[in-house]
Ligand binder design. Sequence first.
Ligand SMILES: Cc1ncc(COP(=O)(O)O)c(C=O)c1O
Length: 371
Amino acid sequence: MTAMTEPVPFLDLAAEFRALEQEWLAKIREAGARGSFILGPEVSAFEREFADYVGVKHAIAVANGTDSLVLSLRALGIGPGDEVITTPYSFFASSEAISAVGARPVFADIRADSFTLDPAAVAAKITPRTRAILPVHIFGHACEMSELGEIARRRKLAIVEDCAQSFGAMSAGRVVGSLGDCGSFSFYPTKVLGCYGDGGMITTDSDSANEHIRRLRNHGSGKPYLHSELGCNSRLDEIQAAILRLKLKRVRADIAGRRKAAAEYARRLAGSAVKTPTASAEAAHVYNAYTVRVPNRDAVRQALADAKIPTALYYPLGLHLQEVYRDLGYRPGSMPVCERLTAENLSLPIYPGMPLAHIERVCEALRRALG
Ligand SMILES: Cc1ncc(COP(=O)(O)O)c(C=O)c1O
């Protein structure tokens, strides 16, 4: 097999693992020697370091990013009878969390240039039952938080930021996760800051939300074996906290690597039929995904697959049209921008240190496919 016919990896988690393997194994041995495996000193240190990075008072580690959304909503008192406005263009967990607390997801359309919630569409969806906005910083691009924050202030709504895909991105001059009442993060392995299992984090400046979430993640228990409410088991373990602490130290370099790859794509695809992501200085995109828009998307995707270039469809269907939400009353055409983008999106390989030769191969295959 020649170099030209080798598959282009979509991402390369194994290379990153090799670089961190020895340090991580040493940390695991330390945790083993201490006999401490869940919510121990590594988790506490990571919570402190994470809060400092984001610039908030508290960070509470949980089992995954879905729980971090659910527990944020619960801590803010959102439940049955409430409406939460969110984007139809996200991974399902964003709206699933709203449904999980018994509230109703209300979808507002997105902006075509950034795939993020359109603040004007959000304002139009507010009713007397609206309690919160759940903006999703998608693919590494932050939402327009100054406008959404202004709407929330005026209408007395809470904000839960879904930062799962955008660790380190910025809006209104601040890091995401510090711009709402709660910030929710996922450490799923493919994220900008990912672990080697499942993990999540909630950020907040509120002392009461901090205390409440700490209870909720541990079966509603503030004191050992005393339970003041129903919570759940959603805790981070020492082994994941250890790798996350090692990766947090190099995350700025990783983000720089993603931005470099994105800039190389943008330079090579300039002037083609491929619409590359907008990269406003203000949004400080971190490129968790490199999602472009192309005409004849499915044919282009097949041409890339034939050239051994894997791609992903983030996402093939808006949340408002998912079967599970058929009773909410949305129909094809309800969210026109979202629906256009679900037909045009194509996510290309990207990761820190992606070889230039691979970026070149992807761009060449795209140019060929688009004639
Ligand atoms: C936008 C968004 N929100 C929430 C989640 C849920 O995170 P987790 O898989 O850690 O539960 C994800 C995970 O991919 C996500 O992309």
